[in-house]
Design a protein around this ligand. Structure first.
Ligand code: SAM
Length: 262
């Protein structure tokens, strides 16, 4: 089932959280001379139009990046990625995670991205045409496991599913565990939503409780925010980062302080 389209949600507060951390980590990893591998299991289309009908329909970008942009100084890697896509594609352009990676990776780094939805895959292929990253139309978990451990060994894998089906809460931790086993030095970044509003607790909690003991070195970072609209269940954004780079905790603290003021 591939009904989820990230265009409705691009630039929301969960994206701000995920993309700011991703840009910071990639910038940190590429500040050292050694090459890196970047893998993404659920890539999306890479480039979004926040003036488009999808963004207008949900208003999530208006309550997200439009409201939080001044949190990030111009030199922050996330602000730099946003400025770069705006310079090229206009003021309403917004970079998805593959575009943030494309803008940060250097010659000699490697990038492999999976996207299963045909239209999203086509749009991603077009958006990334100027860069040598490989775009795969296949299951992202299969792709990541087929590459792990990649060469170069230093690197990052972003796991960013849409969590539409309950089954994800079983398959995604299994994938994370297997990837960590196959690629113990790899930085893994798993995004998950914090869901409120129903009788049962948010399903991320038992998933993480079961997963975390199998991870050697991992940090969890969660931020909460008001729901995008009445009845919307997403009340926050979570990241589980395996093998967090040195200095990340300061970036996470600064983000926590920003989100706490919303
Ligand atoms: N990572 C993107 C970003 O931050 O810009 C957003 C990705 S969106 C949350 C999830 C994407 O995964 C959707 O575009 C969906 O079509 C795709 N997808 C769903 N199941 C997949 C699978 N098994 N393998 C690869 N892509 C998948």
């Amino acid at each position: 089932m591939l009904s989820y389209q990230h265009a409705y949600h691009a630039g929301n507060l969960a994206d701000v959280h995920k993309h700011a951390v991703l840009a910071w980590i990639l910038s940190r990893m590429t500040s050292k001379a050694k090459p890196i591998s970047y893998i993404e299991t659920h890539a999306g289309r890479g480039l979004y139009d926040l003036a488009g009908q999808e963004a207008a329909k949900t208003g999530e970008a208006a309550g997200g990046i439009a409201r939080s942009e001044d949190w990030f100084p111009a030199a922050h890697p996330y602000a730099r990625a946003i400025a770069a896509v705006r310079a090229k594609h206009g003021a309403a352009a917004y970079p998805g995670s593959p575009m943030i990676a494309a803008l940060t990776l250097r010659e000699g780094d490697r990038g492999d991205l999976a996207e299963l939805h045909p239209a999203e895959h086509a749009a991603l292929t077009e958006a990334l045409a100027p860069w040598p990253l490989r775009v795969h139309k296949r299951d992202g978990g299969d792709l990541a496991l087929s590459l792990a451990p990649p060469e170069p060994r230093r690197g990052l894998c972003l796991i960013d599913p849409s969590w539409e089906v309950k089954e994800d809460y079983r398959t995604i931790p299994r994938l994370t565990r297997k990837l960590h086993k196959a690629w113990p030095v790899g930085v893994l970044m798993l995004w998950y939503p914090l869901l409120d509003g129903r009788a049962e607790p948010s399903p991320h909690a038992p998933m993480l409780r079961a997963l975390e003991p199998d991870l050697t070195d991992a940090v969890r970072h969660e931020v909460r925010f008001p729901p995008a609209r009445e009845g919307h269940r997403m009340a926050g954004s979570g990241l589980l980062i395996v093998n967090p780079p040195y200095g990340l905790h300061r970036e996470l603290e600064s983000l926590s302080a920003r989100f706490a003021m919303l």
